[in-house]
Ligand binder design. Structure first.
Ligand code: FAD
Ligand code: SF4
Length: 553
């Protein structure tokens, strides 16, 4: 880092304006207000506005918001649709079976939860934070960590603006700024780019099970009035995924004739020919789903990785000078597909530890109080009791692994222990693909333009834009590897796992095939960084403000 950079000093610097980062900011200010003291807090957000990069289901367990802002209802939080009907289905190619409630472990119930747009909720939280004096800077990506003299994290550096694709400085060049803080809270969500660096630098994942992920794809639909059932929550598993590929769908009816229609594919899938995007499109053609969507209009699209490693993959949370909060650490309860409540609660826990430390005159050290608070909290208990569901699913497939996961949850509830102990994932997601010669190619149907669509029209709906003349933010450690190794061994799976069509292998007949990166289409889901079998693709933040422009995802 050059000393010529401009810098700003804060007590706490927070990276990411999702539920975790905003909850931490609000809690810090609440504590200062109660103590009659001052605390300077800033939040950096790479989206052009708060919420622009937020995508979730979302059925929210209000436990987090109740703790953070108990009078959220009176203050107008956009949590308008309570869940009124909660259904779970097993899909086959031509039909469906509804799984009765009495078989489902009680923790899976959505009674008392709300269907929301997490993007709208974050915009509301940002207004609450600003009213308390938090400085929020949307359009600024934290590109690097700033290290202090003792090797502690002392803040972050924002990305340079106005750099051309070939590296030269354009007329609008502005070097990034250093934002320094006594503590830095990393709230980047799943597979954060700074979190990844910090976890490696301080060995935070040593002794933990590998973190694993799902890819969540979502569309927003406007349904005909007569088909809209506000408060309906539907989940399914099974078709179109095969027995050895984990995942499932969600459909949430809420608001003004809106339905959130989504699909999650566990990224430990094995067949390199699989395309999560096309599995999602195929799901919507099921005879149980298609009639609900016909006559409706698709108005939004997006995709994002979800942390799924759970309890046994949560890294050490504190590092010198800061902490990981929310999905940067990975607090998603996988069978419930819920992480936003734990993001809020862990943001609050870290804020309380940081506030206490600053009040004692400390800075740049380990926030051990946060780790302790997490371990004695409901978040820890929430994750612990479902810790074997994903590993059992990964090991034994849907038909056997899911019932075993259900049994495990019932044993935890009724007997207080798990018959399986604590199982780890069978390995990191990138190591799970089998070579293409051992896999069966999958022929996906052509999109019908009514309920199923192609990638390009989908990306258009995400509002994604990047300056064509900026450095490519998908870095290849070895530029020749995709064609030299990934193509012959895995039929280059990036062409299929990317939900935005960023990667192509172009064969013209003249010369060897070329690996092309259409970086402008990237929706920042982070799947390439997770699933590339050689771990050759590194996602780094592009210019602040670039990326999707999600409205109400
Ligand atoms: C499709 C899908 C469905 C889901 N459904 C549900 C559900 O129904 N209920 C539920 O509770 N949970 C659900 N989840 C999980 C939930 O969305 C997450 O647990 C939650 O959003 C995590 O909050 P967070 O604040 O940790 O991260 P995020 O919500 O991901 O927010 C991170 C923020 O940080 C910003 N950021 C990242 N890196 C940088 C950087 N370097 N510089 C600046 N800004 C940065 C991002 O742009 C983003 O705004 C779902 C997730 C997905 C993807
Ligand atoms: S390039 Fe990577 S991060 Fe971007 S949309 Fe494709 S898989 Fe996701």
């Amino acid at each position: 880092m050059s000393d010529a950079r401009e810098s700003m000093e804060f007590d706490v610097v927070i990276v990411g304006a999702g539920p975790a980062g905003l909850a931490a900011a609000i809690r810090l200010k609440q504590l200062a207000l109660a103590a009659g003291s001052e605390i300077a807090v800033c939040v950096l957000e790479k989206g052009a506005e708060v919420g622009a990069h937020i995508i979730s289901g979302a059925v929210i367990d209000p436990i987090g918001l109740n703790a953070l802002i108990p009078d959220w209802k009176a203050r107008g939080a956009p949590m308008e649709t309570p869940v009124s009907d909660d259904r779970f289905y097993l899909l086959g190619p031509a039909g469906q079976i509804r799984i009765p409630h009495f078989l489902m472990p009680p923790l899976m119930s959505n009674r008392g939860n709300y269907i929301v747009s997490l993007g709208l909720l974050c915009r509301w939280l940002a207004r609450e934070a600003e009213a308390l004096g938090v400085e929020i800077y949307p359009g600024f990506a934290a590109a690097d960590v700033e290290l202090g003299k003792a090797g502690e994290v002392a803040g972050v550096v924002t990305g340079d603006l106005g750099v051309a694709r070939d590296g030269h400085h354009k007329p609008n060049y502005t070097p990034g700024m250093a934002l320094r803080g006594k503590y830095t809270l990393i709230a980047e969500g799943a597979r954060g780019s700074l979190a990844k660096q910090i976890i490696a630098r301080y060995g935070l994942a040593e002794g933990r099970a590998p973190q694993t992920f799902g890819l969540g794809l979502k569309e927003l639909w406007e349904l005909p009035k007569e088909k809209h059932r506000p408060g309906l929550v539907m989940h399914s598993m099974g078709w179109p995924l095969d027995n050895h590929t984990g995942g499932g769908s969600f459909v949430y009816h809420y608001g003004d004739n809106l339905a959130a229609v989504g699909f999650v594919v566990h990224l430990d899938y094995r067949n390199p020919y699989l395309s999560p995007f096309d599995e999602f499109q195929r799901f919507k053609t099921h005879p149980f789903i298609r009639p609900m969507l016909e006559g409706g209009r698709r108005i939004g699209y997006g995709a994002r990785a979800i942390t799924e490693g759970g309890f046994q993959a949560v890294p050490k949370l504190a590092f010198p000078g800061g902490a990981l909060i929310g999905c940067s650490a990975g607090f998603v309860n996988v069978p419930r597909i819920k992480g936003s409540h734990n993001a809020i609660l862990t943001g609050m826990q870290a804020a309380e530890a940081a506030f206490g430390a600053i009040a004692q005159g400390r800075a740049g050290d380990l926030l051990a109080g946060y780790e302790h608070a997490y371990r004695s909290s409901g978040v820890y208990a929430d994750l612990k009791r479902v810790r074997n569901v994903k590993p059992l699913w990964s090991r034994y497939g849907t038909a056997l692994g899911v019932p075993l996961g259900g049994l495990d949850m019932w044993c935890n509830r009724l007997l207080g222990f798990s018959p399986f102990g604590t199982l780890a994932a069978p390995g990191p997601d990138y190591a799970r693909l089998v070579p293409a010669k051992e896999a069966t190619p999958i022929a996906y149907p052509k999109p019908d333009g009514v309920v199923s669509f192609d990638r390009l029209s989908s990306v258009f709906l995400s509002g994604t834009r990047h300056d064509e003349d900026e450095p490519v933010h998908l870095k290849l450690r070895d530029a020749a590897l995709p064609i030299r190794q990934n193509l012959p061994v895995y039929a280059e799976p990036a062409q299929r796992y990317c939900p935005a069509g960023v990667f192509e292998v172009v064969t013209t007949g003249e010369g060897p095939p070329r690996f092309v990166i259409n970086a402008a289409n990237c929706v920042h889901c982070k799947t390439c960084d997770i699933k590339d079998p050689a771990q050759n693709i590194v996602w780094v933040p592009p210019e602040g403000g670039d990326g999707p422009a999600y409205g109400t995802m």
